[in-house]
Each structure stands twice: as C-alpha cells, then as structure tokens.
Design a protein around this ligand. Structure first.
Ligand code: GCO
Ligand code: ZN
Length: 297
C-alpha cells in the first residue's frame, strides 16, 4: 500500500470526490474555497469552476455538466459556459444553513444534506440540517430533519440499504432503501465510533465487498469498517489530520482518492503537516470500489 499526494495544492475544505469513469476525471469540491474542481490524473490538468457560495457536493449529470448542492440550492453547472442555474432551494427559514455532502443513488436521484452554521470545524448549530432528495423530475423531497452535520452516503450493490453519516452521531446508520421510490425506512446504527470531541466520521464510500471506507475528520485516517458486523477492519493513515471524504477511482476503480481540509488549523499544525488540505491517493489496497452514479434529470 502507498499513500501519496495526488494534487499538491492545498484547498480550504476539499470534499465530495466523485470518479467520473466516462471522462476519466475526478470531480471534487472546495466547500469554503467555493470551487468545483475537475482533475485529470493522466494529463495532471485541473479545471476549476467558481461557485457563488459554499458548495458541498458535485455529481455529473447523465445529460452533460453537473449538478451541485451549494449554499441552500440545488443547481446545474454547465462545464462549457461555466454558468450555474438554480433548480430548487431548501431551508428557506434557515438562511445560515448550507448544503454539505451529497451523492446519487442508482436510479439517478441526487441526495444531499444541509447543516447549520459552523464557525469552527465540528462546532455547528445543532440539529439545524435536513437530508434532501432531488428527484429526476426536479422535485425536491425532505427525507428527515434534525441533522447536525449531514455527511457520508453509500448504497449496497443490490440497493436494498442506504448508509448515512450524521457526523455528530459518531456512527454509520443504515436505512432499508426502496430503489423504485427512494423511500427510507427502519433507521438503525450499524457502526459506532469512539465519542471524542475532535474526531468525527465524515464522508465515506463503499467497496465491491460491501465494506465502507470512512474518512475520520481530525484523525488523518480512513477506516475500513464492516457494516454487517460493526467491526473496524483496517485503517489507512493520511498525512493530513482533517480527512474529509474518499472515493475509489482510476480506470480499475482501485485507487482510493482522499480529500482533506486545512480550515481551522493553526500555523503550527500546517507547518507540521504541510500537505494538509491536499488531495491524496492510496494505491495497493487490493480493493475496488463501486462506480459513482450520475444524476439522471
Ligand atoms: O466536510 C464536511 O463534511 C464539513 O463541511 C466540515 O465542516 C467538516 O468536515 C466537519 O466539521 C466534520 O464533520
Ligand atoms: Zn463531509
């Protein structure tokens, strides 16, 4: 196994990596930097799109371009014109809320959650967020509310279970998932983490064996866990403490891309780990991921 920097350019809060197998590029966001990045690991070229507010998630649209969850809006991003067109807005009575992590299910719906104001990492306005679903016809539904920090999402390969992380619950939760309707039922905790003030589970992805890879914010670590037994299996150390999310990518879906943040770190902490806020890659894990889904609306 080897860990190295993929893009040696620190961002403020890199998040939401998505491998786009059609173009062989990695899409990810810099939430506080207000950017969508699209990086080609072969040419090493990176294209950056400016977003007019904090952008929590980006996913390609099947019809071209991408859908983003930014500020309190769902919007389409046109890669050619670089224009952003709002599709819907959420949380109208909570102007300080913003979208955080998001991902598509196998039917092409885009799920993304909001969170309250977070002046310091993990110190968030509690229970202010909700999980939303942008259906392929453009309709938005709210799945549930009272969320602290809406984060990782993943589905089993048979689409019968959706996994979800609300960071300040210190757990991965599971729902029974109905793919035809997108209905969530029977919420339960399947993996627990040590309750600590500085280390929280953040973004995650799933591998082809159904194991989850969870970025542990504050610990510089991605943990592989088994959601069927709740066991912690493997940990991968990343030389940046604020590990935010991960996804498998590359032509064989066997490279784990890991996003990190440097927001809120002291000058001393950045000096100790100067790659804080960069995009990392982990090779040689002997594991492959499931392909990321596109938005079909
Ligand atoms: O990346 C995210 O999900 C949030 O936007 C960040 O603010 C932090 O990671 C969070 O504080 C820890 O969960
Ligand atoms: Zn996150």
């Amino acid at each position: 196994m080897a860990v190295s920097v993929a893009v040696d350019e620190p961002g403020l809060l890199l998040e939401g990596p998505h491998w786009d197998s059609l173009t062989g590029t990695l899409l990810y966001v810099d939430i506080h930097g207000q950017h969508v990045h699209r990086w080609d690991p072969v040419t090493k070229q990176k294209d950056t799109y400016d977003i007019d507010c904090m952008v929590g998630a980006v996913v390609p649209r099947e019809s071209g371009g991408a859908v983003v969850a930014a500020g309190t809006k769902f919007a389409f991003l046109d890669f050619e014109t670089r224009q952003l067109n709002t599709v819907a807005t959420v949380d109208p009575h909570k102007p300080r809320n913003r979208f955080n992590d998001g991902k598509c299910d196998a039917a092409g719906r885009f799920w993304a959650g909001t969170m309250g104001d977070e002046p310091v990492p993990t110190k968030v306005d509690r229970k202010a967020g909700s999980l939303y679903c942008l259906h392929t016809d453009g309709i938005v539904t709210k799945a549930f509310n009272e969320v602290d920090i809406s984060n990782g999402l993943a589905w089993t390969s048979d689409n019968s279970i959706m996994y979800y992380i609300d960071s300040l619950q210190y757990s991965v939760d599971a729902f029974d998932f109905d793919l035809p309707t997108g209905t969530l039922t029977n919420r339960r905790k399947v993996v627990n983490f040590d309750l600590s003030t500085d280390v929280v589970p953040d973004g995650m992805c799933i591998d082809t064996d159904g194991k989850l890879w969870v970025a542990m914010f504050g610990k510089g670590q991605v943990l592989q866990v088994d959601p069927e037994t709740g066991t912690h299996l493997r940990s991968v150390k990343i030389p940046a403490d604020q590990t935010t999310s991960c996804c498998f990518g590359g032509p064989n879906l066997d490279i784990l891309y890991v996003t990190t943040a440097n927001v809120g770190l002291s000058a001393e902490a950045v000096q100790q780990k100067p790659q804080s806020g960069c995009l990392f890659q982990v090779t040689g894990l002997g594991t492959t991921g499931t392909p990321g889904m596109c938005y079909k609306g």
